[in-house]
Design a protein around this ligand. Structure first.
Ligand code: CAA
Length: 283
């Protein structure tokens, strides 16, 4: 199953990173989003990341330029029909993702593999919505995509061996280490990470310690590169809340109840870094 052209739907932080590492394999990439300002912001994210690698001497300037040039931004869905694999990285909402995959299932030739970067939603259910469950898979990247080595690969109930092998091989070519997980809510990464971030919210809400102190304990005490509250801000508090809701609904277990403080922050529009304010303020 040769993958020559890759489509990425959603030009946010994750989609831009995925487009960048996909183009770095030498493939042509179509980065699609619904509004010109979204694709422009995605392209700016990619330029910023490539510039950092060039400034540090990790990437020659001409190679950075070729990577950028291989990425074609688009606000139309039609060019995605040329892709052999499409990775979706839009909002973490099952209904919206299902609608998108139903459209992509109609648009693309039967051989095209559809992948979701969902952090928690059932791959089997998304695959069903696409109308091509054998050609459907989870490809879960970590933020920041250009730096993080893991790709969690999730097979739905009907995902074919060929689609899985193609995606595992592509992840390796992107310089990543793919790890297979089964289709449970939150898979492995967020089944373990999110309850920790949620617990940090409870610790803050209950006054166990200030945000900086909670983060310092986890950084210095557990050698985590970022404290849990800073990491939640980095991921996006709306995304963290959506994932906790998927865990809570999926397992029907109160231990996954999202912290009220997380609800409060999201309701106030304090979504973390992307909105300039979450547990911390960002300029
Ligand atoms: N592109 C290129 N370079 C980048 C970059 C990017 N997007 N982001 C950071 N860098 C570079 C910086 O330029 C810097 O380079 P030098 O050290 O050479 O100067 C280096 O990476 C370190 O960056 P910073 O100094 O800004 O900060 P840091 O040392 O704290 O590292 C980090 C940043 C890599 C993000 C690190 O803090 C980290 O690993 N944090 C944890 C990230 C994590 O857990 N991610 C998973 C989140 S969960 C997820 O994504 C899945 C989900 O479903 C929710």
């Amino acid at each position: 199953m040769a993958i020559k052209t890759i489509g990425v739907v959603g030009a946010g932080q994750m989609g831009a990173g995925i487009a960048q590492v996909a183009a770095a394999t030498g493939r042509d990439v179509i980065l699609q989003d619904i509004a010109p300002e979204f694709v422009e912001r995605g392209m700016a994210t990619i330029r910023g990341s490539l510039d950092r690698f060039v400034a540090k001497g990790k990437l020659p300037a001409d190679e950075a330029e070729s990577i950028r040039a291989r990425i074609t931004p688009s606000v139309e869905q039609a060019p995605l029909a040329k892709a052999d694999l499409i990775v979706e990285a839009i909002v973490e909402n099952q209904k919206i993702k299902q609608e998108l995959f139903a459209e992509l299932g109609q648009l693309c030739p039967p051989g095209t593999i559809l992948a979701s970067n969902t952090s928690s939603i059932s791959i089997t259910e998304l695959g069903k919505a696409s109308g091509r469950p054998a050609q459907f898979i989870g490809m879960h990247f970590m933020n920041p995509v250009p730096l993080m080595e893991l790709v969690e690969v999730i097979r739905g109930r009907e995902t074919s061996d060929a689609a899985c092998e193609a995606v595992m091989e592509l992840a390796r070519e992107m310089g990543k280490t793919p790890v297979e997980a089964n289709d449970f809510p939150g898979f492995v990464a967020n089944r373990i990470l999110m309850p920790m971030l949620n617990e940090a919210c409870y610790a803050l809400m209950e006054g166990v310690a200030e945000a900086e102190a909670i983060d310092t304990v986890m950084k210095l005490g557990m050698n985590h590169p970022m404290g849990p509250l800073a990491l939640a801000d980095y991921i996006g508090l709306d995304t963290c809340l959506s994932i906790m809701e998927v865990l809570h609904r999926g397992f029907e277990n109160e231990k996954y109840l999202p912290c009220p403080l997380l609800h409060e922050k999201v309701a106030a529009g304090h979504l973390g870094r992307k909105s300039g304010r979450g547990f911390y303020e960002y300029s």
